[in-house]
Design a protein around this ligand. Structure first.
Ligand SMILES: [Zn+2]
Length: 139
């Protein structure tokens, strides 16, 4: 599965477009958070401290580019990488920028204090899941 967004464009244009999609700090954070383990929107909210509407917009862009996919598990929708190799690209970019490959690895740590998601709260009451706590309209 490839993200062929502009089929008529030259390879360098398509690659440039993909870097532009990845190249926003919030999107790099999202990709790092879900890099090794899927996460739901309320977990992303807790880690990033952003409103769900803002996170959903970024997720939509990443999904259109076929970098991220959504999967329903029980009452929640979890976002995961379509191509896990994108995490290696980010880690390599961290090295190019003079950091260690794991510069963002703290973002992927769970549990997150104050996060209501099922991953951070094993054995949570199903009625208190992500969808209940944040009015999720994502599909
Ligand atoms: Zn969580």
């Amino acid at each position: 599965m490839t993200a062929n967004i502009y089929p008529a464009s030259s390879p360098e244009t398509q690659i440039s477009h993909l870097f532009a999609i990845i190249g926003q700090p919030v999107r790099i954070q999202i990709l790092a958070i879900i890099g090794n383990e899927p996460a739901c929107v309320c977990h992303l909210e807790a880690v990033l401290g952003l409103r769900q509407a803002s996170i959903s917009q970024h997720l939509m862009v990443l999904r259109k580019a076929n970098l991220v996919t959504a999967q329903r598990e029980g009452r929640n929708i979890f976002y995961r990488l379509v191509q896990p190799g994108v995490l290696a690209v980010i880690e390599q970019a961290a090295v190019f920028a003079g950091m260690t490959p794991g510069a963002l690895s703290a973002l992927a740590l769970r549990p997150v204090a104050g996060c209501p998601c099922p991953q951070c709260n094993p054995g949570i009451d199903p009625e208190l899941s992500c969808n209940t706590l944040s009015s999720s309209k994502s599909s």
